[in-house]
Design a protein around this ligand. Sequence first.
Ligand code: FAD
Length: 308
Amino acid sequence: VFDVLVVGGGPAGAAAAIYAARKGIRTGVASERFGGQVLDTMSIENFISVPHTEGPRFAAQLEAHVREYDVDIMNLQRAKSLSQDADGVTTIELESGASVRGRTVVLATGARWRQMGVPGEDQYRNKGVAYCPHCDGPLFKGKRVAVIGGGNSGVEAAIDLAGLVAHVTLIEFDSQLRADEVLQRKLRSLPNVRIITSAQTTEVLGDGKRVNGLVYRDRVGGDSHRVELEGVFVQIGLLPNTEWLKDAIELSPRGEIVVDAAGRTSLPGVFAAGDATTVPYKQIVIAMGEGAKAALSAFDHLIRSSSP
Ligand code: FAD
């Protein structure tokens, strides 16, 4: 039985593992893919104190840092359910058929961006197709971009990007935007934004190296149109990797693990951190801080629980 069992090996899980291991307690990390979303990131320029790095390099450093400690890393392990015994020990059942147990658990299974699933999207990922305006917005300074999605995150992204880029085209599938009225009003007041509704993006175009346009179909008239641009920000939802937890702990309507300010979930002894939780702003620096916090909360729980 681990004292702290971390599920997920992204920035949040790595930080939790290091903070737990530094307390000299038995720490394990079970994760499907150590590194998490960082592995899919090209350049990282907003991890404070590191002006520039690359995703795969950053992920390798995360793992190397965890390996400096006595942490049991169980890679390529996907968790499929969580249950708790009467004595408070939590069992995580893995897809492999094995199970692992922890006196405390830190859930850090992260999230994934919903994709459009159109031709060109995968091919030009990180070559003009982006998912995170806070991360990649500055790379498009002075260029033309589209934002796909007219919900709160899409409209917020469009407002944010309009201050950085030359022009923003916001493309919404529905006949109207779904964002809060105050955001819509702000968006409509900006001179370099065009809003297109009832539009289905059907293809991302490029020259083989980078994005140079997109095609959308007018869902009313039925005809297709081409927009010339250099970037496409896809903002149609961030899906937390928490489907496997829905019967075990409290999730928000969006599927995020509900945590309090100390990273506690609805189950005593089970903590959570990072993109999988209700904590806003999904960023590496935030996930790491939350992971450290969840591990310290787990340690606090251990020293207060009666079993030795
Ligand atoms: P994740 O990184 O998602 O890690 C989750 C971990 O859990 C992974 O190890 C995964 O394999 C594992 N896992 C998932 N489900 C299970 C399961 N059932 N069982 C076991 N393990 C599981 N942020 C920045 O701050 N700066 C940037 O420049 C930046 N650029 C980005 C670019 C891209 C393309 C993307 C996709 C994201 C970017 N982000 C950036 C966001 C950042 O990567 C995330 O906020 C951060 O990785 C979240 O960390 P996390 O540990 O919570 O989750």
